[in-house]
Design a protein around this ligand. Structure first.
Ligand code: SAM
Length: 292
């Protein structure tokens, strides 16, 4: 079964050519009895030993993912400006140069469309996979006047080593927090908060609770509540609105918007229609926005 390369999931799935797919607004998603039984029946968790190994090898597993897939897995995320009107609204005046940080940038599918679309953006981009960062630097659109890519584990390495404290207007977290162990998500949020300006914005999009991808995990893939491991060792958390709001609030942010986005992926060739659930949210760091 094909998923949109746009939001495709590494590991368990094969991504089909994008021309076979169409993403359209979805219907309200609730689980069928069969789906609930499947999730309820899959209660056995992966052993503590394997869980520790996965945590220790998280960076290696993502780096191997990029070794296998290079830049071919995720499709450029051209929806970012459309969906995040805020990216434009983040400016206090029209000619303001927006400083952006794409945290967990992968190979740059999110930042490069933004840089193409808006000439007045400077983008920091970081990822803990050295290969992913190298792919970003090799992109023909990469230039040091407009971008700065660096390697960083958001849960361990202080972002201030590469980004001045309180200097960023907007931080994007696109399908990244789901890859981090729930116990360490707060550390990542505290880290990004240090480089965000007071009054600055975090734009978030990630897997929502009950997304179709959650149902596709086979028995033996469950790591904890709403947390699963793919065949390639990368992990994915599925967010409820409540969990996310609490997490950001505990890290000192204020919630602005926090909504499920329902989509349907249509695979025309196979005649299949797959319901998708994403969570799209906006948070701010309290304080007065400084004009520079
Ligand atoms: C699903 S990809 C999304 C990439 C990109 N944001 C995009 O929209 O295409 C998740 C990315 O998060 C990165 N990642 C996972 N855990 C991380 C961590 N602790 N620190 C930094 N990057 C991390 C992975 O290497 C991977 O590139």
């Amino acid at each position: 079964m094909a998923l949109p390369k746009d939001e495709s999931v590494p590991g368990n799935f094969t991504a089909a050519p994008p021309e076979e797919e169409e993403v359209r607004p979805g219907q309200n998603k609730s689980f069928t009895r069969e789906e609930s039984n499947k999730l309820g029946g899959d209660r056995a968790l992966v052993s503590d030993f394997k869980q520790m190994k996965l945590e220790k090898e998280a960076q290696k597993n993502w780096d191997l993912f990029y070794k296998r897939n290079a830049t071919n897995f995720f499709k450029d995320r051209h929806w970012t400006t459309r969906e995040f009107e805020e990216l434009r609204a983040c400016r206090q005046f029209e000619s303001q140069r927006l400083v952006l940080l794409e945290a967990g940038c992968g190979v740059g599918n999110c930042i490069f469309p933004l840089l193409e679309d808006d000439l007045n953006i400077f983008a920091y981009a970081c990822d803990f996979s050295p290969r992913a960062v190298e792919f970003v630097k090799q992109n023909p659109l990469y230039c040091s006047e407009r971008c700065c890519a660096f390697q960083c584990d958001l849960t361990k390495d202080d972002l201030r080593e590469n980004v001045p404290e309180g200097s960023v207007d907007v931080i994007t977290l696109i399908f990244v927090l789901s890859a981090i162990h729930p116990d360490k998500m707060k550390l990542a949020l505290e880290n990004i908060s240090r480089v965000l300006k007071p009054g600055g914005t975090v734009l978030f999009r990630d897997y929502g609770l009950h997304d179709h991808a959650m149902l596709r995990f086979k028995a033996g893939s469950k790591l904890g509540e709403n947390f699963y491991v793919r065949q390639d060792g990368t992990r994915s958390y599925f967010f409820s609105k409540e969990f996310l709001a609490e997490l950001f609030e505990e890290a000192g942010f204020q919630s602005v918007t926090n909504n499920y986005v329902l989509r349907e992926t249509v695979n025309k060739k196979e005649g299949l229609c797959v319901p998708r659930v994403f969570l799209q949210s906006k948070f701010t760091k309290p304080g007065q926005l400084q004009t520079s």
